[in-house]
Design a protein around this ligand. Structure first.
Ligand code: GLA
Length: 379
């Protein structure tokens, strides 16, 4: 049964009437442009066909009452008395309510049931999906207009200040604004978007079945190193450093900071080259840029892991693979591969078998379609 049907039926079973709205917001995978968003740089993610769904009805009150099918748990809170209990899925919902109110938007209460198929903690942005589905639910019930970039910023604020994860804007932006059949070039400084048609190849997400929390200190360490590098170059963010300027001046940086900055500066350049390659239909070039991104993340930015490196190596050994790299924050989670559509089934089987034989871990593999960002339907 598809999730939309499932969430509607569960709503009816719980509340005795059909819902009034169904909100959906997708997870994402980033084709290229990793650890560039908090440097005001470029990213090229796509929204994937895995999402959070919320079936809901306004309750004309100040309470939000929500049941999660995945967690088999109910939670409620009052919009007049938001308390941060530090943990649990409901904090993402509360955090969005808080950030929306901070943005001056008036909120109404609702009753809802939610379900999702974005794996949690895999690096496919299940939290951004929950945040954006929540924002869409509030927009529908409270009657104000939906502006994707504004909602992405509100959701990012919820994640930064309520949940306490210091992420950039990429995940929320793509979950808010994704486009079917396209990746989005996002300029994370201006939030300008450009939809770039995907090539006729399969985008395969390869979950290593290893996890590392994002609130992890390594992410914050990388951010601090990038800020130090920007200070050294005398610019607001590493986005402002060209490859030429980097080469001319980087010798003055200590070795570690220099490698971190080299990743960001070169990655921004690779994103723009990847967009050009996609526009020219040059999948071979796109694959090379994806491979180069992995090398840079592994060697210069040092956010890969043994399992991610192994997954990428195995993927590249298969016929029909144009390129592969780790995706998301790193240290665990997922890699992605660009694969010839005609051989994708054989690719999936071969990669799963080889990875499992070497690691004894059972990988999850998803062939992903690019979908629209957060949507709401009247039922
Ligand atoms: C996580 C963060 C994003 C981004 C990526 C790395 O997914 O949530 O904002 O920084 O890591 O590219």
């Amino acid at each position: 049964m598809n999730l939309q049907k499932q969430v509607i039926e569960a709503f009816v079973a719980r509340f005795g009437t059909p819902p009034v709205f169904v909100a959906r917001a997708p997870g994402r995978v980033n084709l290229i442009g990793e650890h560039t968003d908090y440097n005001d740089g470029f990213v090229l993610p796509m929204a994937i066909d895995r999402a959070i769904w919320i079936a809901l009805r306004p309750n004309n009150g100040r309470q939000v009452n929500l049941y999660s099918l995945n967690f088999a748990a109910a939670a409620s809170f009052s919009l007049d008395n938001l308390e941060n209990n530090q943990a649990g899925w409901i904090e993402y919902v509360k955090g969005v309510a808080w950030a929306l109110q901070e943005a001056g938007l008036a909120l109404q209460g609702w009753d809802g049931v939610m379900v999702g198929d974005v794996p949690v903690g895999a690096g496919l942005s299940s939290s951004a999906a929950l945040e954006l589905a929540t924002a869409r639910a509030f927009a529908a019930v409270s009657g104000w207009a939906w502006h994707p970039a504004q909602m992405a910023q509100v959701a990012q604020r919820a994640e930064n200040e309520w949940v306490g994860v210091n992420c950039g804007i990429m995940d929320q932006m793509i979950s808010a604004a994704g486009k079917t059949g396209h990746a989005l070039l996002i300029d994370t400084r201006t939030l300008q978007l450009e939809a770039v048609p995907l090539p006729p190849t399969a985008v395969v997400v390869l979950d290593t079945a290893t996890r590392r929390g994002l609130a992890d200190s390594e992410y914050n360490t990388r951010r601090a190193q990038c800020e130090a590098a920007a200070d050294f170059f005398g610019v607001p963010a590493l986005r402002d450093v060209s490859l030429a300027q980097f080469q001319a001046q980087a010798a003055g940086l200590d070795a570690v900071t220099r490698r971190r900055a080299r990743h960001v500066v070169s990655e921004n350049d690779r994103v723009l080259q990847a967009v050009a390659a996609m526009r020219q239909g040059d999948v071979v070039r796109l694959g090379q840029l994806i491979d180069a991104s992995h090398a840079s993340l592994r060697d210069d930015f040092a956010v890969s892991s043994a399992e991610l490196d192994l997954m990428v190596d195995i993927a590249r050994q298969q016929p029909g693979c144009f390129g592969a790299r780790m995706t998301g924050a790193g240290f665990g989670g997922c890699a992605l591969a660009l694969v010839q559509t005609a051989v994708v089934e054989a690719f999936v089987t071969a990669v799963a078998t080889a990875y499992q034989q070497t690691t004894q871990l059972q990988p999850q593999i998803y062939v992903c379609q690019a979908t629209n960002g957060a949507e709401i339907q009247n039922v």
